[in-house]
Write a protein that binds this ligand. Structure first.
Ligand code: FAD
Length: 290
């Protein structure tokens, strides 16, 4: 199908893009990689009267790795992160998770900001942002604010980003010492959105015991779910297959996924347990080698 008619603007600066958003308000949609918006427009699930194409806006693309923080411009394409040697060293989960996004054609156009704003709870970036405690900088013509994942994601494909705001950059912490990351997902076909996705980070203390851990699941709710009840119980434990199996068993009672044509709720719960055990174990193994 073809999209409904729309007016098209291609600003060259962020200020120009923001003043167009002020002018058109709810009638306007930002166009970045178009990998989610254009299919929705083609199927007429979205009919924005105005598209503001930000692809010509300077200064919104790039990756900067600092001492403790990685700053990725909102318009940075997935493939740029995927192939960045600095990202492999400074945030292994990001390097691993980005490769799971669709296919290379999608990663060559899709952007970091677009994935975050699209806010599919089974998409890799929202899950990684939540697991790692990243944040997002959004700007409007009059304000700039930083949002944590908890402040950002509201429900299925819905965020607290206002129609006059643009995601300028996305921030991830640089991996800490003695820390390992891991992300895994179950898909029906390679390149599909995940049925369930799990991401974990484990930090060991100098004795090799678990100092801190984070675990986040996508596909069980409208937003990525952080399982602090599980990770709190891991603190002070020696990492082992048995401890992860024991603590992850409770996940069946902590998540409440819905069924659909692809998987029953029970199957999704089993996937949560299996993937959580796996990512925690792999993250801990990597932390031992870090
Ligand atoms: C076949 C196929 C398979 C896919 N598989 C996956 C997958 O496995 N995992 C996955 O995560 N994604 C997948 N995607 C989606 C892909 O990752 C998209 O790139 C991403 O969801 C949206 O990014 P985009 O830059 O294309 O955004 P667009 O499609 O241009 O925009 C998406 C939304 O974000 C808004 N927006 C975009 N950029 C900004 C910004 N900087 N500030 C404010 N608002 C903004 C737009 O207005 C729109 O509402 C798939 C897509 C396709 C077509």
């Amino acid at each position: 199908m073809k999209p409904a008619a729309f007016d098209y603007y291609k600003p060259e600066t962020l200020d120009e893009a923001l003043s167009l958003l002020d002018e058109f308000g709810y009638d306007a949609k930002v166009l970045a990689g178009g990998q989610s918006l254009i299919p929705m427009m083609n199927m007429r699930l979205a009919r924005p009267p105005v598209l503001i194409d930000i692809n010509g806006v300077q200064g919104m693309t790039g990756i900067e790795v600092g001492e403790s923080e990685i700053v990725i411009g909102g318009l940075t394409r997935h493939y740029m992160v995927e192939h960045s040697p600095e990202i492999q060293n400074s945030c292994p989960m990001l390097a691993e998770g980005i490769k799971l996004i669709g296919h290379s054609q999608i990663r060559s156009r899709g952007t970091i900001g677009g994935s975050i704003v699209h806010a599919d709870p089974t998409a890799e970036l929202p899950v990684m942002l939540t697991a790692l405690g990243g944040k997002v900088t959004v700007v409007s013509s009059s304000d700039e604010r930083e949002l944590t994942p908890e402040e950002l994601f509201l429900t299925y494909m819905t965020t607290t980003i206002e129609p006059n705001e643009i995601v300028k950059s996305v921030h991830f912490p640089v991996i800490a010492e003695r820390t390992g990351h891991s992300i895994e997902e179950f898909t029906l076909r390679s390149g599909d959105f995940a049925i369930i996705i799990a991401a974990a980070s484990v930090t060991l203390d100098e004795e090799g015991l678990i100092e801190s851990a984070a675990l986040c699941i996508g596909g069980v709710d409208g937003i990525p779910v952080k399982l602090e009840d599980v990770t709190d119980e891991l603190i002070g434990e020696a990492p082992s297959e048995e401890i992860f199996a024991e603590k992850c068993a409770q996940i069946v009672d902590l998540v409440d996924p819905e069924k659909d044509i692809h998987a029953s709720a029970e199957y999704r719960k089993d996937l949560c347990v299996a993937l959580s055990r796996r990512v925690l174990k792999k993250a801990a193994d990597r932390a031992k080698q870090a």
